[in-house]
Design a protein around this ligand. Structure first.
Ligand SMILES: C[S@@+](CC[C@H](N)C(=O)[O-])C[C@H]1O[C@@H](n2cnc3c(N)ncnc32)[C@H](O)[C@@H]1O
Length: 276
């Protein structure tokens, strides 16, 4: 079979299993299995594949057909300027979280060597992007999941980025002052889980998804370590509520920002250590 025939077959296979972008996923998987770029898939489309090449592609396509997230099948995923190792130990970093990093960078602008903590770091996405894009920042990252933290450590080492990784609940064990506390905490209601896409519902860690009050607990705890800004990724239906909660806790200037799809997704506010 030629590469074009295998690609067409893989696309059909993934489409029949409900994959949202079957052609794109088939191309990315084939390119990875064959060690080619996506352009080379087209320049080599008449090339017959060896049995070994077909077997390598088949096993990845079958995984995707079981609705395993593409990022887990490929084993890595781009986040801002970084390529992060991704596997079921942590949530796949999302484009909306890139907007969270954008807001953090804007708020840190003009501050010298800011101290920053990313709470619930997962793959390390936010912390590592900040360390990469603000090379003068001192960055901490926490997670309650040992598995996630291990993945974050592997990413930090592979990228040569210096982030202090701390295992524990929210900010436990950390001493301020921090100029920035950022978090993308779990924010899916337990009742919403059955309606999620299989990629999320069946594969991503439940502890990274289900809201168990982490956002509010973090907003309270951050006041003890913060002299600066808190930036939270939130459920689009709860952004206004979270902003109001921050105001009620004594934060100043709580505002809601949108993600690239126009959904209310980022809440930020300010806390000064002089306030009490
Ligand atoms: C939605 S994921 C975000 C992962 C990553 N920051 C990102 O944006 O891709 C939430 C993360 O918070 C962690 N987490 C959940 N509860 C926590 C807690 N009480 N303390 C610290 N981390 C927690 C989960 O293990 C998970 O890695």
């Amino acid at each position: 079979m030629t590469l074009a025939e295998v690609l067409a077959g893989a696309t059909e296979y993934l489409a029949a299993r409900g994959v949202a972008h079957p052609r794109l996923d088939a191309e990315l998987i084939l390119a990875r299995a064959l060690g080619l770029t996506r352009i080379e898939l087209y320049t080599q489309h008449d090339r017959p594949l060896t049995e070994a090449e077909r077997a390598a592609a088949r096993s990845l396509v079958q995984r995707r057909g079981r609705r395993e997230p593409l990022a887990y099948v490929l084993g890595d995923w781009d986040f801002r300027h970084l390529t992060l190792k991704t596997d079921p130990r942590a949530l796949v970093p999302r484009p909306e979280t890139e907007v969270v990093v954008e807001r953090c960078l804007a708020l840190l602008d003009g501050l010298d060597a800011p101290r920053v903590v990313d709470v619930g770091t997962g793959t390390g996405a936010i912390a590592l992007a900040l360390a990469h894009e603000r090379t003068d920042a001192r960055v901490w990252a926490t997670d309650a999941s040992v598995d996630a933290l291990e993945l974050a450590r592997e990413n930090a080492e592979a990228l040569g980025l210096d982030v202090q990784l701390v295992h524990g609940d929210l900010l436990a064990g950390l001493e301020g002052p921090f100029e920035l506390v950022v978090s993308n905490p779990p924010y899916v209601g337990a009742d919403e889980i059955p309606d999620l896409e299989p990629e999320v519902r069946d594969w991503e860690p439940r502890s990274a998804l289900v809201d168990e009050g982490q956002t509010e607990r973090l907003a309270r705890a951050a006041r003890d370590v913060l002299d600066g800004f808190i930036v939270l990724e939130v459920h689009e239906a709860r952004a206004v509520e979270v902003a109001a909660a921050l105001t009620a806790l004594g934060y100043a200037g709580a505002t809601v920002g949108r993600d690239l799809a126009g959904r209310d997704r980022v809440v930020e506010a300010e806390w000064r250590a002089t306030r009490s």
